[in-house]
Ligand binder design. Structure first.
Ligand code: ARG
Length: 609
């Protein structure tokens, strides 16, 4: 059959040229149905069509006749009938019927459906870029802190942030990913003073000594991580120590040489440590900026805000009022400088916005940070708008997320009530994956090295899919046993589905079987194609709502439709050459799309398992 190109209904319509898909299948369909509505004198917007939940009735459904009937005061079934008459003229449909009070059920002709998927498959981005206007996006996620091991809270920030980064890149945005290291507040002063208590003989504490300071770091990362909790506890019991730490923070920020050198050491050690975690999770940052990188911007900003009347002094502190009339509860001001002169989390975040505006002039800045920081971000964003720190049309958004809980429903803690380290979570997941993988009999088929690689990929996939498949704002229970299962809505299951297709295609190659032109002989093939062609909608939804869970659902429905197809249809064993070649092509398209979506979710697919 001929491919449908430049198909039009009543002359003018969407353009399809060559193998370039200009709009998604659902959009095309809505346009065509809309055109039919408008031909009978009703607004085209009533043509909005959706994928049908009840496939036995139709592939798509349009409910527009009901709304239209209300508006124009006519019988909905009558409208639906007229629309169907118009649609039939196009020859694009194999079945059009009316259900109930006026729902239109639609089945596409195979020519239309196969033509569309063939075009889509040619495109590197499955038609997902065409409707998107490229933007410059800064993604702020990860957010580790100096001298503190990354903990379970950073897990979600990293996984969600990285997935949004990959998603944005996929649709053609220019993405800058910034880890925004926590390296400039009171914790720095606390650490300096704690180290001084333990090793006062080190040269860093001598004001008169200006360097050169010793090359080697005085502490290891493990020691650093013990120092902070100790210092923090001490500051709560000992006000004099807290005061000293405050002064040290202030002096560090003002540039005291010994403190700077020590701080630099701590920062370097911490960065090296967090890089390992980020590498394990596959997070890729284009910038390793921290709060401290705003230090040059802060004095200028403080002067400008004062001169232009945006900041004021309140109880000895410099603040920006951010309360607005409509607030349910009066929003407290953003504090920029405490009475002791030290700058705060809000100060560095506001200055970071000025720095980003200055260096990148972004269209959007997204912050993937725990939902419990929402007040902080609302204050910072309001201050940024009020003080003109950013171009007025730059979109600022806090992408919050819920907490990771233990099986008791409370935020995840270690057995003795401590903070769960990110590294140990990852290690536990890989360990659990190793068990599942071994139980599934893979240990007999692979050597130790490959088995280890598979277990690592399965473990990481398990955590990521479990995290991303939840609605971002809801809390979820961390349950490795469930996450690592090879069935249901899990990462390992999705991964396995892709690996199976991979090995089948490998076999086909070994047997010298080729792919060929798509034809449809079974409804499970058509349903799989429909699932494949709905990627643009999934990507759009995931982007607009910053919701990777929509992509998790998409990849799950892909594997479900693939399974149904694979259950009903022979592929390698199909005797008819044309059908076999078509099915091989369908498998290849499915694999390519699955791997693409899994990549966006941060899931690596091994060659075999
Ligand atoms: N370091 C912070 C924390 O651990 C997260 C930083 C988030 N990003 C930002 N621009 N404030 O809570």
């Amino acid at each position: 059959p001929d491919k449908i190109k430049g198909t039009s209904i009543q002359g003018k319509n969407f353009k399809r040229s060559g193998s370039f898909v200009t709009t998604s299948l659902l959009n095309q369909l809505s346009q065509i149905v809309g055109q039919a509505f408008s031909t009978i004198g009703i607004d085209a917007s009533f043509g909005r069509t959706s994928l049908s939940q009840r496939r036995e009735l139709g592939q798509f459904q349009c409910n527009g006749a009901l709304g239209a009937a209300k508006q124009v005061g006519r019988n909905p079934r009558e409208i639906a009938e007229q629309v169907i008459v118009e649609l039939e003229k196009s020859g694009l449909f194999s079945e059009l019927s009316i259900a109930g009070p006026g729902f239109i059920n639609i089945r596409l002709s195979d020519d239309f459906l196969l033509g569309h998927i063939s075009d889509l498959a040619e495109e590197a981005h499955f038609g997902c870029r065409s409707a998107h206007q490229s933007q410059k996006v800064i993604l702020d996620y990860g957010g580790p802190n100096v001298a503190k091991a990354m903990h379970v809270g950073h897990l979600r920030a990293t996984i969600i942030g990285e997935s949004l980064r990959r998603l944005r890149e996929f649709i053609g945005d220019e993405v800058i990913s910034d880890v925004h290291f926590g390296d400039w507040g009171l914790p720095m002063g606390l650490l300096i003073k704690e180290i001084e208590r333990a090793q006062p003989e080190l040269p860093y504490f001598n004001v008169d000594f200006t360097g050169p300071f010793p090359e080697m770091s005085p502490v290891t990362v493990e020691e650093l991580q013990e120092l902070y909790p100790a210092a923090s506890a001490r500051s709560k019991e000992d006000p004099a120590f807290l005061e000293e730490a405050r002064i040290a923070t202030f002096e560090l920020q003002k540039g005291r040489a010994g403190y700077r050198a020590l701080w630099q050491h701590m920062r370097d050690i911490s960065i090296a440590e967090t890089r390992t975690d980020f590498d394990l999770l596959g997070a890729q940052f284009t910038e390793w900026n921290g709060e401290a990188d705003t230090n040059d911007y802060i004095p200028r900003m403080m002067v400008r805000l004062k001169e232009e009347g945006y900041s004021e002094v309140s109880e000895g502190a410099v603040v920006v009022e951010v309360a607005e009339d409509g607030d349910k509860k009066k929003m407290p001001p953003l504090i920029l400088e405490k009475s002791d002169g030290a700058v705060m989390y809000g100060t560095t975040d506001l200055a970071t916005i000025e720095m980003r505006q200055d260096q990148h002039n972004p269209d959007t800045i997204l912050y993937v940070v725990d939902a419990r920081q929402s007040l902080h971000f609302e204050q910072v964003f309001r201050a940024a708008r009020k003080c003109h720190s950013i171009r007025p049309d730059c979109h600022l958004e806090h992408i919050g997320f819920g907490t990771v809980n233990g099986k008791d429903g409370k935020p995840l803690k270690t057995r003795d009530g401590g903070v769960v380290r990110l590294r140990s979570l990852i290690e536990d997941a890989i360990e659990e994956a190793r068990k599942t993988v071994t139980e599934s009999g893979m240990s007999e088929r692979f050597d130790t090295a490959e088995l280890g690689d598979i277990a690592t990929k399965v473990g990481i996939a398990a955590i990521k899919y479990a995290d991303l498949s939840n609605q971002r704002m809801s809390n979820y229970v961390f349950d490795l046993e469930r996450f690592t299962k090879f069935e249901g809505r899990t990462g390992p299951y999705q991964m396995y589905a892709a690996v199976r297709i991979k090995s089948m295609l490998r076999k086909a190659k070994e047997q010298g079987l080729n792919e060929g032109r798509l034809i449809a002989t079974h409804d499970t093939e058509r349903n799989l194609i429909l699932a494949l062609s709905s990627l643009p909608e999934a990507v759009k939804g995931a982007t607009e709502k910053n919701a990777p869970n929509i992509l998790c659902d998409h990849v799950y429905s892909l594997s479900q439709e693939f399974n149904a197809f694979y259950h009903e249809c022979q592929v390698l064993g199909e005797p008819d050459e044309a059908i076999r070649a078509s099915r091989l092509r369908l498998c290849a398209i499915t694999l390519r799309q699955m791997e693409q979506v899994l990549y966006i979710l941060g899931i690596d697919v091994p060659e075999r398992m």
